[in-house]
Design a protein around this ligand. Structure first.
Ligand code: GLU
Length: 283
């Protein structure tokens, strides 16, 4: 299978040094392997996606010397695929309609137990309030995955990580999924698919063999591998890289305009300067 990597930014703000690192690393690895490098625009959140940010992504990547293969996939063009997957998991008895607001959830988890985390890779761990309530989908604020049922159906499952911090083979454990992730959101009333569902479907649809992305997403990988098993999709190899941090050690955010690639460009930096700043050898 051809080594296929991708970069999947959301067009909700300027690309910064952290994005440059991710994109350059995925691009370098794909080219070194004689493989493909794809660009995807993760524009599911239409309330925040903007055309000018998308254009800026193309400009910045081109300036950095990154070329992508084939056409750009945009998530907003894939809504049918997401819907089909949701129906499939619903027919398998794995999803349910949830009517809770964020405030309801916070109130329900009033006394977190010692040793049990309050937050996981999908935010606050859902206490299961709506799990057995059989709300009609029309009333749902969100569609959730019953993670215990999903684990019972999908395990054993594992994935291979090649990033240096977590390198090796990782097996998913049912208890761990229930306690540290909980019933994840798969779709919201105003969003055809949540990130976790969309990312596995998009990666599979474009034949991605290697997912190269920031370490902050390592914990979410278990959700992705679980969904791949449920939907009969292949599991790629994962490579989570270290995050680029600011001088205070905080990871860069979209609003951190000071480190936007566009800013470095207008200040006269070269693409090789950016490579050096993120610790990549010049080409
Ligand atoms: N759009 C996501 C992000 O920018 C992609 C994450 C991923 O690579 O899976 O964080």
């Amino acid at each position: 299978m051809t080594f296929t990597a991708r970069f999947a930014p959301s067009p909700t703000g300027p690309l910064h040094l952290g994005h440059a690192y991710s994109a350059l690393l995925a691009h370098d690895m794909a080219r070194a392997a004689g493989g493909r490098f794809l660009l995807r625009i993760d524009d599911l959140d239409q309330s925040r996606a903007r055309d000018h940010w998308e254009q800026q992504i193309y400009d910045d990547l081109t300036w950095l010397g990154i070329g992508w293969d084939g056409t750009v996939l945009r998530e907003s063009d894939c809504l049918k695929t997401y819907r089909k997957a949701l129906i499939k998991m619903n027919n398998m008895g794995l999803t349910y309609a949830c009517t809770c607001t964020r405030r309801d959830i916070a109130a329900a988890v009033s006394a977190p137990q010692e040793g049990v985390p309050e937050f996981g890779p999908d935010g606050r761990i859902y206490p299961g309030t709506c799990r057995d309530k059989a709300h009609p989908t029309s009333e749902a604020a969100a569609i959730r995955l019953n993670i215990a049922c999903a684990a019972a159906r999908a395990l054993p499952a594992q994935f291979t990580e090649t990033g240096s911090a977590y390198g090796g083979s990782h097996a998913l454990r049912a208890e761990d999924l229930t306690n540290t992730i909980g019933d994840v959101v798969l779709a919201r009333r105003d969003m055809a698919a949540a990130y976790h569902l969309a990312v596995v479907l998009d990666d599979a649809a474009s034949g991605v063999t290697h997912v190269i992305r920031g370490e902050d997403l390592f914990d979410a990988t278990r959700i992705h591998v679980l969904l791949q098993r449920l939907l009969d999709l292949p599991t790629p190899v994962y490579h989570h890289h270290a995050l680029i941090r600011d001088d205070a050690g905080k990871r860069l955010a979209k609003r951190d305009d000071a480190r936007a690639i566009a800013k470095y460009r207008s200040d006269g930096a070269s693409p090789q300067d950016i490579r050096a700043m993120v610790g990549l050898a010049s080409v």
